[in-house]
Design a protein around this ligand. Structure first.
Ligand SMILES: N[C@@H](CCC(=O)N[C@@H](CS)C(=O)NCC(=O)O)C(=O)O
Length: 209
């Protein structure tokens, strides 16, 4: 297995943390997004979506999308299970992960890509060109505020997103909060439950790594 990676980018980081939580090593190949290496014909041939991360299996199969990659790794390395241990937990992981993908990662992506001068004409990742919409950046910032408030309320009564069970969703929330600093959004001072959870996450070996 090989992981095509761009170590500093938020979506590849989600997979890197997931792999570290599994305690395994997977060979990585850096593809520099800033240098446009993900747009070359060679990379496009293996990932027409021109985004990272991308997993290459030993038989040459390619798997894109963070969640598909993490699910595959969870199947191949089942311990510790990060996608739920029971049908109910698996459903809750799916539900929460979808929600956080939209309300966390999605909100920050909108705020960042619709405002950064580096993403003019590239407001959405992929092979098609999309112009920035400043109103979407503004709405993204509002959604980040609401996401942080909602997660703060959730963590008032929960150690992790799924109660006392650490799952892939905690990684998705963590990277949403980390990525939010790219648009200068920090956990508000009154979000003490979210801050407590974030500090505990930051102390995990997988994240320190
Ligand atoms: N839907 C994809 C999103 C991946 C994505 O947006 N990756 C960014 C890096 S964080 C990327 O490759 N961007 C390429 C670009 O901006 O052209 C997933 O979840 O894997």
């Amino acid at each position: 297995m090989k992981l095509y990676n761009f170590a500093m980018a938020p979506n590849p980081k989600r997979v890197a943390i997931f792999i570290a939580e599994k305690g395994v090593e997977i060979e990585t190949i850096e593809v520099n997004i800033r240098a446009g290496e993900h747009k070359t014909p060679a990379f496009t041939a293996i990932n027409p979506l021109q985004d990272l991360p991308l997993l290459q299996l030993d038989d040459g199969t390619h798997i894109n999308q963070v969640n598909a990659i993490c699910r595959y790794i969870d199947d191949v390395y089942p311990e510790p299970p990060l996608y739920g241990r029971t049908p109910e937990e698996r459903a809750k992981v799916e539900s929460w992960n979808h929600r956080v993908q939209m309300e966390g990662i999605g909100a920050v992506t909108d705020a960042f890509r619709n405002s950064s001068p580096n993403f003019v004409g590239r407001a959405i990742a992929g092979p098609h060109s999309y112009e920035q919409i400043p109103a979407l950046a503004e709405r993204g910032r509002l959604r980040i505020d609401n996401f942080m408030k909602d997660m703060n309320a959730h963590f008032a009564d929960n150690q992790f997103v799924l109660g006392d069970y650490f799952s892939v969703v905690d990684i998705t929330v963590f990277m949403s909060i980390e990525f939010a600093t790219w648009v200068k959004k920090k956990i508000p001072e009154d979000c003490t439950h979210l801050q407590r959870w974030f500090d505990a996450m930051s102390a995990r070996p997988s994240i320190k790594k």
